[in-house]
Design a protein around this ligand. Sequence first.
Ligand SMILES: [Cu+2]
Length: 272
Amino acid sequence: MRKDLLVLAAIIAVFLAIGVVAIASKSLPEESAKNFHTLSGNMTLDSQVKVIKEPAQGDNTFIYAVNDAAEEAYNIAKNDPQIKQIIDGTKGKAVTIAAVQPTLLTGSNGQQIHSSGGQVIITANWQLIDGKFYSDPASFDSLQGKQGESHQQIWNVLVDLDRRMVMDINVESERVLKETLQSNLMYEGMNVFLPDAVKISPGTTLKWSNESNVPHNVVGIFKTESGSQVPVDSDFIEHNRSWQYSFNEKGVFEYRCTIHSQEGMKGTIIVS
Ligand SMILES: [Cu+2]
């Protein structure tokens, strides 16, 4: 074997080993998500990130891939009968499908290389207020004192890109965050905002409080009725800390936690 081929083989071997360890420890989705920003059209995207589907009326599904190879992993997964069944079962919920692996490396010869291991994360999110499905944003007048529940179901799908097949589907146990709702307060849990959509009046100061052990942030653009676009970024809100922001104009604020985008950790504030 030529020396440069050996070097390339060694690089690939190391990369594959890292990939296997990372997938096994499930650390990579969070890590890889750190580098990209929120995914609405007004946000800066990492140039490789591809939005495959945006939510539409009657189908609240958002699909993206971190690069072309990851998109291929999604394409293989979506044709798997078990995956089709999972996606069919999420109708009516907010669904995020994130193809987060493989990542790409450039070899010493300038060629792109990647491992054959693809990873696709499917997350269904839904919220209940006093036991009823919560889909239309309500005001805090009607939410205050009620029992809010946020449910999150995650499927972790491993794909073999060489054999073009799904190798494993790991169903995580459902996450449930239950809180008594308080006026002008959003709870941040694992990995959701509760409530995830509210209506407020201009002049309201909202507080986001992190009840979980991992940091979260609130990042988005406040689009005011007068036409301005105000970037909002809370920076990381650590465990037991909170952050607040005043909405003094009518408009809409759509936001995400950028490190948990792949699990659909997002929210909407309507100021009217
Ligand atoms: Cu988060």
